[in-house]
Design a protein around this ligand. Sequence first.
Ligand SMILES: [Zn+2]
Length: 440
Amino acid sequence: MKNSVVRTLTFVSLATLPIAGASEAQTSPDTGTTVIHAGRMFDSERGVFLTSHDIIIKNKRVESVGEDLPIPPGAREIDLRACTVLPGLIDSHTHLLYLEDIVKGSFSEGTKAVINEGTPLRALHGAARARTFLSAGITTVRDLGNAGRFGDIALRNAINDGSVDGPRMFVSGPGLSPEGGQFPGLQERYKAIAEEEYRVVRGPEDAALAVRENVTYGANLIKIYSNNTPNRGYLSLSEMRAILEEANMYGMRVAAHATNNAAVWRAVQAGVSSIEHCYQVDDTTLALMRERGVALVPTDVDSITVVRLLKRDPSEKKPTSEQIPLILRGNRDRLMRAVKAGVTIVAGSDNYIQTGVPQGEGAKHNLFAYAEAGMEPLQILRAATWNGAELLGMKNRLGVIKAGAYADIIAVEGNPDSDIHALENVRFVMKDGTVYVGRQ
Ligand SMILES: [Zn+2]
């Protein structure tokens, strides 16, 4: 149902876009130029808001940005003077081909995805979820595994060739994991099931081979599990170093799932670019991350998401709403310690659990979690734009509205700099110069 809603929105929005001179556009040749008039605009590079700026877009890229720019002849004009315009958001930790439902008991959901769903159907389900991200204003995702046998690469390619509407995807292929992947309770005899979902690494040579496999089949980056929670294994330091050496040779970055201090410390020593989750970490390790320029992707949930999850949780012994601040206290504390330590924060939702709202909308609540912890709206907006682009190696091309950048632009009603929840009111989405949502 939600997908038909998204499709309807996309259709309606294109039909109702306020395009000046639309009737002339039918008779005059399409110059491929668009001008957006922005009431307010987020400059993610400097971390400030500007007023009354024009953005000229030509051939999928931003050509120029400034005040009162002359309108090129034949340009299509889009009036967003009543809105706040931002670069398309970047979610740096997604799993578009994976969804758990707490109602069904999350521990068996992973094996079910492999055995009962299968990669082709997962890719199709992922395509439906991808639309919800784009409609929510998330125009780029870094998708980190749990996509079966390279289903993430199939979906990325389908989006890139225009068959499927979705965000730009930067994908890892199967994550490189210690024994057993992340399937708890799997009997040894059936370990091959985990190896359908993860690339289980056995020794440094095998670790390097795993990188080569993922490179060969089309990955943009490498995902590793320094520890494979909820299982107990760790990759060895020599395995991680072999992975980094091989990945560096291809100019690929490595993202590390690491949930406790030892796992974080070891992954940073090996040379990864980002630490995902990082639930338990001490200040010495945070200082090392700062020193080495390793980004933190805090995959935190906000209190609204916890309430939604608790509503769906069928267990009798679930926490009460009064206990929610206690549940979230640890994450909030480590996020603010990381901010204080000067660690670069990159927004990533890890929103793979069904909360009853479209996945893309649910993913934005990750940003509200940062606000609840005490991050300032401007810091959060940078984490979801500029910092995300930098982590992807796409600085100045994504996550920013400036000359030369890809035309990934969104507009919201309200002022996200004073209330981050304004990001819920997305009124316009452009990716690569194409308008996908344009209601007003
Ligand atoms: Zn994840």
